[in-house]
Ligand binder design. Structure first.
Ligand SMILES: [Zn+2]
Length: 343
C-alpha cells in the first residue's frame, strides 16, 4: 500500500513537471476598457449599443469617464432623465471617472471666464450641437481656473449621484502638469490622458490636436504601462490609453498592435502586459459629423463594433500565444499593482 502511494506520488510529480515543461505559465495581459462621455448627446442608439456590449462582454469592466456638461447644456434633458440614461449602461464592477471638455456652459457655470480659442481644429472653437468649447484644449486654462472647473464638475456629478470618482481623462487627452496639480487639489490622483500621438495622426494628421499630444506625451507608446509620479508631494498615477480609442484605431490596427505588444513582451520576458482601449459614448454607433459647410450631419459609425470584433479576435490570438487575458477595472489594477505594498 505504501509502495503504491509512493509510486502514485512520484507519477503525479513527474506529470506536473512534464506539464510545466510543455506548457509554460501564460503571460498575463491586463486589459482595460474606457468610455469617454463627451457631455454632448445621450442618443438611444448609442446607449443601446453600450447596453448590448455589457450583455456580450459581462466580465469586462469599463471605466466611464463622465463629462458633467450634460447638466449645464441649454435645452437638454432633465437631470433625472440624464441620470436614468447614464445608469442604463453602468454595471457592477465598472469605474466612474471624470472627463472634461471645456464646453461654454460648463465653464461659465463653474464661474470661470470662457475661452473660445484655440481649437483642436483651427483658430476658433467650431463647437458642436450649438455650443462652443468642446474643442478648446483643457490646458488652455490656468491652474487656478482648472482647479475651480474640476471642483465644480465633481460637485455637479456628486449632486447627481456619481460621487465615487478617483480618476480623470482630459478632452483630447490634453492634461499634463498644470492639470495634474489641479486634480491633486481636488483629491484626484489618477489620470488617464497619456496617449501615443501617432494614433491621433491616424484620424487627424497635421492638426493642433496631434501637435499638442505629440508635445505632451513624447515617451508614450504601445508598451507604456501605468506609472507613478509625484505631484505636489503626493503620489500620482498615469494610466496611458496606450492603444487609443476605437474612432482612431481599426480592428486590424488593434489586433496587429496587440500582436506586437505580446511579441515584444515575450522577448523581454514580461510576466504582465497592459492594454488600454476604449471608445466614445457619443459615437458608439452614430454621431454628428462636422460638414465642410460648417454644419453637422448624423452619420453611422462602427466604432463600438470595432471594439467587440477586436476583443473576440484578441481571445483567439491570446489562446494561440499562451496569453491569459485579464479584464480589469482601473480601481482593481490600482489595488493590485500600486497599493499592495503601500497600505
Ligand atoms: Zn472626450
Amino acid at each position: 500500500m505504501l509502495l503504491r502511494y509512493l509510486l502514485l506520488s512520484l507519477c503525479f510529480l513527474v506529470s506536473c513537471q512534464h506539464k510545466e515543461q510543455t506548457q509554460p505559465k501564460p503571460t498575463r495581459l491586463y486589459l482595460m476598457l474606457s468610455v469617454d462621455w463627451e457631455g454632448d448627446t445621450l442618443r438611444s442608439a448609442n446607449l443601446k449599443a453600450l447596453a448590448n456590449f455589457n450583455k456580450e462582454f459581462p466580465n469586462y469592466p469599463v471605466i466611464h469617464f463622465l463629462n458633467p456638461a450634460y447638466y449645464t447644456k441649454k435645452n437638454f434633458l432633465s437631470p433625472a432623465e440624464i441620470n436614468k440614461r447614464i445608469r442604463t449602461v453602468l454595471k457592477p464592477g465598472d469605474d466612474i471617472g471624470l472627463h472634461i471638455h471645456a464646453w461654454e456652459s460648463l465653464i461659465r457655470s463653474a464661474g470661470v471666464r470662457f475661452r473660445d480659442r484655440p481649437s483642436f481644429w483651427g483658430p476658433v472653437s467650431l463647437g458642436r450641437g450649438g455650443e462652443r468649447g468642446d474643442d478648446v484644449p483643457l490646458n488652455t486654462y490656468t491652474e487656478k481656473e482648472l482647479t475651480q472647473i474640476i471642483r465644480h464638475s465633481l460637485k455637479l456629478l456628486s449632486d447627481n449621484g456619481f460621487s465615487d470618482i478617483h480618476s480623470f481623462r482630459a478632452g483630447g487627452w490634453t492634461s499634463g502638469p498644470k492639470v495634474y496639480r489641479a486634480l491633486v487639489k481636488n483629491d484626484i490622483f489618477i489620470d488617464s490622458s497619456a496617449v501615443p500621438a501617432e494614433l491621433i495622426a491616424n484620424l487627424y494628421p497635421g492638426t493642433r490636436l496631434y501637435e499638442l499630444n505629440h508635445k505632451l506625451w513624447p515617451d508614450i507608446n504601445l508598451m507604456s504601462k501605468p506609472f507613478k509620479l509625484i505631484v505636489l508631494k503626493q503620489n500620482f498615477y498615469e494610466y496611458p490609453n496606450n492603444i487609443g480609442l476605437a474612432d482612431y484605431v481599426s480592428t486590424e490596427n488593434f489586433i496587429s498592435s496587440a500582436k506586437k505588444l505580446i511579441e515584444d513582451g515575450k522577448k523581454s520576458h514580461a510576466k504582465n502586459l497592459y492594454l488600454h482601449f476604449g471608445w466614445h459614448q457619443e459615437s458608439a454607433v452614430e454621431y454628428f459629423e462636422h460638414t465642410k459647410e460648417g454644419g453637422q450631419k448624423l452619420v453611422q459609425a462602427h466604432f463600438l463594433n470595432r471594439v467587440e470584433k477586436g476583443l473576440n479576435e484578441l481571445q483567439v490570438l491570446a489562446a494561440e500565444q499562451n496569453v491569459e487575458i485579464v479584464p480589469i477595472s482601473l480601481s482593481h489594477y490600482q489595488k493590485l499593482f500600486f497599493e499592495k505594498n503601500n497600505p
